[in-house]
Design a protein around this ligand. Sequence first.
Ligand code: ZN
Ligand code: ZN
Length: 304
Amino acid sequence: MNCACGKKGIYHRKLEGNFYCKKCFIKNIEKKFMRTVGENKLIKFGDRIAVGISGGKDSAVLLYLLNEFRKNMSFELIAISIDEGIEKYRNESIEYAKELTKKLEVEHHISSFREEFSFTNDDLPKETKHCTYCGTFRRYLLNKKAKILEANKLAIGHNLDDEAQSVMMNFVRNDYSRFQRLGSISEDKMLIERIKPLRDIPEKEITLYAILKEIPFFPGECPYSFDNLRREMQTMINDLEKNHPGTKFQIVNFYDKLKPMLDKTGGGVNYCKICDEPTAMEICKSCELLEKLKKDGVIKEVAR
Ligand code: ZN
Ligand code: ZN
């Protein structure tokens, strides 16, 4: 089937029934990205944006597009990678992050669990919920590092699939506070503003864009990610999408309609008694988990 421009189609977007040639597909993705940024006012002149980059497809495409976009708009861009210490995964993916930042001439900073917390994700005992610890510490470090580098925004590579999963995960966990903070821009007073410019683009279209544009990315998946809730949610939503095309968009669109009605009064701003980072509690989640690891004898003293 042919693209609207008459050329041979290489991608079929089932939801619309349209075929796209390479050139029109690329143009369409870039238009979508700019629309998300524009409609949600994600970027302002003079912003200093830190991009969390893992070396995977999403963050690679995010950095690439922001860098392209920067040519028309004046804002600064820096990249931050967090090395959680996952052998045969993160050490390899960070090499791709280095390659891309070098190619795009974007300043790149790497922060590691080893340096910051004196242990790695691989050091945690087998029975630990790795993703809970890893995710908490990664968010904490990204935020901390972005602040040190004087960024006023943190851009993350969440795509449409990720966002739909996040919405549904918060239902299952009954996590209202996290649920409130979803969306293309976080209104979390406690943290640096987080923006998600890829939020309206499905994962498979991001992969295709990266391949067509020859953006280097690490294709592997985290060895710890196979038995977590996000993975189960992904399988469930992908199954639904097969029989009910548009499910992912519907979940995210419904969230966006709901968001203005959500009560934002829950939880004031505090500062962690241990590390001074902003938190809704007395002690931040990251310090709470570190204390638990210390109590369990997994780590000795936290070097920070
Ligand atoms: Zn075309
Ligand atoms: Zn803390």
